[in-house]
Design a binder for this molecule. Structure first.
Ligand SMILES: Cc1ncc(COP(=O)(O)O)c(C=O)c1O
Length: 444
C-alpha cells in the first residue's frame, strides 16, 4: 500500500504565524515547508502526524537514529542526578577525552568546542601559533566563517590568509613551492565518495616533503561515520591535528580538536562559558560507546549497501538518468538535470522520505532491513510519478558536468582527477564566479 503525506495544513499554519517573527534557518526547499513535532529512530513526524523516513539525519549528525533510547536515558539520568557543575571538571569529560584519544592515536590530547566551525577555526589557530607561519592551504568545506571566503585568484591568499586548492594536487604542489616558508598547515575535509586511498596517501606524502607544514584533518562530517575515529585511519594515515563533530554525540552540540600534547597545550587556558556543560559530553560518551558496542558503522554499511543495490535496480528499470555515487555509509544521488533533481526530492517528501537535498545522504543505524523495505516501496511510488513527468528523459545519459557539479555541492572541490588540468581549473573558476555572484566578497 503506497504511503502519501496526507495534508500539511498544520505546518502551513505554523509557517504563517511565525513568518514575521523569526528568520528561518536554511533548510532545503521541500523540507522547508514542514514543521516537525517529534522523531524516533529512522522516522520524523510533522505537525499533521505524517511519518517520514529520514536519510538526512541532521546533515549526518544523527548516526544512531533519532532520540536513541540509550542516549536519552543517560541525559535524563544526568539531569536527575544534578551532575551539571559549570564551575569545573567532571570525570565524564576525562572519560570522553580518553575514548576519543584512543580512537585517534598515541599521546593525543583533546579540547572540546560546540560547533564544527569553531573547532576547525581553533585547529587552524593552533597550527599558526605552533609554526609561527601565516598561511593555510585548504580543500573542502570547513564551516561558515569569513576566513573561508573564496578568492577569485587561485594563487593568492584571501584576506584571512587562506588559499583553497579544491583537492587539485597540481595546485597544491604549486602553492607549496610558491609559499613554502609561509604555510602553517594544509586543512582538508576528506571525501570518500570521490577520492580514494591513493589520493590521500599521495597528499600526505606531498605535505611531508615540506618540513614544518602541519596537516589538519577536518573530520567534522566523516569522523566516526566510516569507523571509530578518523576515516583516514582506514588508510593508516594520521594528521597532526584532527577535528570531529557531527557523529560524536548523535545530534547534541559538541565538537573537538585532537592533537599531540605539546600542540594542544597551547589551548589549555582557553576555557569559557559552556566548556563544562556536561549534557553534550554525556550524549557523546553514550553515543561512542554504543557505536562500538553495536558495531554501527559496519551495520550501516552492510544494510545500506543492500538497500542501494535494490535502489540502483529500480533506477535502472525506470531508465531515468539518476545514478548513485558512494556506498552505504554516505552516498550521493546524481541527476541529469536540475529540474529532475528538484522534482524527485519534492515527490519523495510527498511519499514520506526526507533526503538531504542537493547533497549527500547519511543513513543511520536505526534504518533496519524492514525500514529499508518500506523505503524501497516509497521510492518506487516516487519514481512512478517522476516517470510520468520526465518520460522524455528516459535513456538520456548523465553528462560529466552534471557529475562534477553534484560532487562540487558535496565536497566543495573537483572530483575527477584523470581529466586535463586546464579543464579542471576552468570548471573550478566557473564555480567560484557563480558562488561569488551569490555571496559577494566583502572586506571588513
Ligand atoms: C567538513 C565540515 N567541516 C566543518 C563544518 C562546520 O560545522 P558546523 O556547521 O557545525 O559549524 C561542516 C558542516 O557541515 C563540515 O561538513
Amino acid at each position: 500500500m503506497p504511503y502519501f503525506q496526507k495534508s500539511i495544513s498544520a505546518s502551513y499554519e505554523y509557517e504563517r504565524r511565525v513568518k514575521e517573527e523569526m528568520p528561518s534557518p536554511h533548510v532545503p526547499r521541500e523540507v522547508a515547508r514542514l514543521v516537525f513535532s517529534h522523531a524516533e529512530g529512522p522516522y520524523l513526524f510533522d505537525l499533521d502526524g505524517n511519518q517520514y523516513i529520514d536519510l538526512d539525519n541532521g546533515k549526518g549528525a544523527v548516526l544512531l537514529g533519532h532520540n536513541d533510547p540509550d542516549v536519552r536515558h543517560s541525559l535524563m539520568e544526568h539531569l536527575e542526578m544534578k551532575r551539571t557543575v559549570a564551575t569545573g571538571r567532571n570525570d565524564i569529560i576525562r572519560q570522553l577525552a580518553t575514548k576519543i584519544s584512543q580512537d585517534v592515536g598515541e599521546d593525543i590530547a583533546v579540547a572540546f568546542f560546540r560547533t564544527g566551525t569553531s573547532a576547525v577555526r581553533a585547529a587552524t589557530h593552533l597550527a599558526r601559533l605552533w609554526t609561527g607561519k601565516p598561511l593555510l592551504l585548504s580543500a573542502g568545506y570547513h564551516g561558515w566563517d569569513p576566513m573561508w571566503q573564496l578568492n577569485s585568484d587561485l594563487f593568492e591568499p584571501n584576506t584571512c590568509g587562506v588559499i583553497n586548492f579544491y583537492f587539485i594536487p597540481e595546485l597544491l604542489q604549486e602553492l607549496l613551492s610558491r609559499y613554502k616558508d609561509q604555510v602553517a598547515a594544509i586543512v582538508i575535509s576528506p571525501d570518500h565518495v570521490y577520492l580514494d586511498d591513493n589520493y590521500f596517501r599521495q597528499l600526505f606524502e606531498e605535505c611531508h616533503r615540506w618540513p614544518g607544514v602541519l596537516i589538519i584533518d577536518d573530520q567534522v562530517k566523516q569522523g566516526y561515520r566510516y569507523k571509530p575515529g578518523s576515516s583516514l585511519s582506514n588508510y593508516g594515515l594520521q594528521a597532526d591535528i584532527t577535528v570531529f563533530s557531527k557523529a560524536l554525540s548523535n545530534g547534541s552540540d559538541l565538537s573537538c580538536v585532537c592533537g599531540n600534547r605539546t600542540i594542544m597545550d597551547m589551548a589549555r587556558h582557553f576555557v569559557y562559558t559552556s566548556y563544562f556543560d556536561i549534557l553534550p559530553i554525556t550524549a557523546a560518551l553514550t553515543t561512542l560507546e554504543k557505536l562500538t558496542r553495536i558495531n554501527a558503522q559496519e551495520y550501516i554499511k552492510k544494510t545500506a549497501n543492500g538497500f542501494l543495490h535494490q535502489f540502483r535496480c529500480l533506477l535502472k528499470d525506470s531508465s531515468l538518468p539518476i545514478e548513485i555515487a558512494g556506498d552505504g555509509n554516505l552516498f550521493r544521488l546524481v541527476f541529469a538535470t536540475n529540474e529532475l533533481e528538484a522534482a524527485f526530492y519534492a515527490e519523495a517528501v510527498i511519499n514520506g522520505i526526507i533526503f538531504h537535498e542537493w547533497d549527500n545522504q547519511c543513513p543511520s543505524a536505526a534504518l533496519t532491513p524492514e525500514v529499508y523495505g518500506v523505503l524501497l516501496k516509497r521510492l518506487q511510488c516516487t519514481l512512478e510519478v517522476i516517470l510520468r513527468d520526465f518520460a522524455y528523459l528516459r535513456g538520456t545519459p548523465i553528462s560529466d558536468e552534471a557529475r562534477w557539479r553534484a560532487a562540487w555541492n558535496q565536497m566543495d572541490g573537483f572530483s575527477n582527477l584523470n581529466l586535463p588540468l586546464d579543464l579542471r581549473l576552468n570548471f573550478i573558476k566557473q564555480c567560484i564566479i557563480e558562488e561569488i555572484d551569490q555571496y559577494p566578497i566583502r572586506s571588513f
